[in-house]
Design a protein around this ligand. Sequence first.
Ligand code: FRU
Length: 471
Amino acid sequence: MSEVSLLKQLARSLMTGQLIAASDPHRQQWHLAPAVGLLNDPNGFIQANGRYHLFYQWNPLACRHGAKWWGHWSSADLVHWQHEPVALLPTEDYEISGCYSGSAVQNNGKITLIYTGNVKYTDGSRTANQCLAEEMPDGTFRKLGPVIPLPEGYTGHVRDPKVWKHDGFWYMVLAAQSPDIKGKILFYRSEDLQQWHLLGEIAGTYLNGLKEFGYMWECPDLFPLDGQDVLLCCPQGLAAEKYRYLNLYQCGYFVGQLDYQQAKFPHGEFYELDLGFEFYAPQTTETADGRRLMFGWLGMPDENELAQPTIKYGWVDCMSSPRELSLRNGKLYQQPVKELQLLRQSDGFRWQGSAQDAPELAAVSAEIMVEVSQPFTLTLRDEASMSWDGECLILTRRNWRTGEQESRYWFGSLTSLQLLLDSSSLEVFINGGEACMTARYFPSPEKRTLQFHGTGTVSIHHWLLSACMIE
Ligand code: FRU
C-alpha cells in the first residue's frame, strides 16, 4: 500500500481511537503504551546527542500482529517522552509484510536504523531482507533499502539485527533458523553498514555445548558488561519444566566472552531474564555515562495476548520500565533506572511492624520497597499476590483469558522487594535486582490497594507515582 494511503488510515485510527484508549481504566499511567493499536518489541533504543530515542514495533491500524510499522518516541530523561514522526511504514516490496525489529546506531552524526524487511507469500513461505534507513533533518527517516538478502542455508526466518561498533568495524547479531528448524545467532562484520560479511554462527541450538534448544531464537542483543559479554535472546520451543520455562516463549541470557577474530562466543548456562509472565524481546543501549539500559516488551504473543480487556478500548501491550543492567558473580542484575525516582510524588511513607498490621496502601500507580526476613504474603488489588515461605517466592495472578490462578517461582534467600506498579502491570525487583518478576494484570478499577498478611516483621517504604503521559 502507498505511504499516503497508510497515513490516511493512521489519521482515522488516531482520530477515532485516541480518546477511547485514554479513557480505559487499565490505561497505563507512566509506562509507554501505544496511542492506539498494538505495540510489541522495543526497537532502535539509543542515546544520541543527549536524547534517548526509543522506537517500537507498532500496528496502529488494529489490535493484532501484522505488517508492522516503527513508531518513535524521544526523551531527555527516560521519564518524560514525546512523540516523534512515525519512523518506518511498510511500503516497499522488500518489507511489504512489515518493518520488523532492529536497532539503531549513530553513523556520520545521523541515527541510522537497521531493521528487517519481512515478506510473506501467499503459500505461507516468507523471506527477509536486512535494511537501512537514515535520519533526515526533519526527524523523519529515509530508507536506503536492503543490505543483506536472505543468507543461503537458512529458512525465511531471519530477523532482528542488532548492530554495534567495535575497534572501527560494525558488527551485527542476527536471529536465524537453520533448514533443520533450529534457532541460531549469526554474526556479521561491516566497514560501512552497507557491505556485510557473515563470520559464522556464534550461538544457538547444537552450539557451545547446547543440545536441543529451540526452533528459533528471536531478538538477539550482544554487549560487553563488567568485563564479560552478554547475549540476550528469546528462544522459542523450550519445553516447560516444573519451575522454569513456564511461558510460551523464553527470554534470557548467556554470559561468555566474544572472540571477534575467531567469531566464537563460548558461554555458560542460559538464565531467564524475568521469572514472571510478560517480558519479551528486550533491547539494550549504552548511555553516554556508561550505563547499560534495557527496555523489554510487557507482552507475550500467541497465547493470552489478544484476550486482554484493553482491546475493547483499541490498544494493547506496553513497554517495561527502563532497567539498568550489571553483572555480579556471573548473574545479570536489573534495577529500575534512577531517573524513575522523578515519578515519586513525595518522600513517601514508611512503616515497620508485623505484616498483618500494615496499612492498606495505594497500588494503582505506586512504588514500594519491602524489607523482609520472615514469611509473608502480599495481595495486589485482589488480582495477584506474592507469597514468601522462607524458600520460594511465588507470584500468582488470575489469568485474564482462562480465569484460572497461575504461578511463577523464584528460589533463594529473600531480603528485599521493590515493586513498580501501574494501572495494569507489576514489576518486582528481588534483592536489589538479583531477579525480576513481571506481569500484566487487569484488576477491577475499584480495587486500588495492596494488603500484607502474616505475622513476620516487614519494613515498608511506599511512594505514589505521578502519571506521566507522553507529551
Ligand atoms: C518478537 C518478534 C520479532 C519480530 C517482531 C515482529 O516479538 O516476533 O522476532 O521482528 O516481533 O513484530
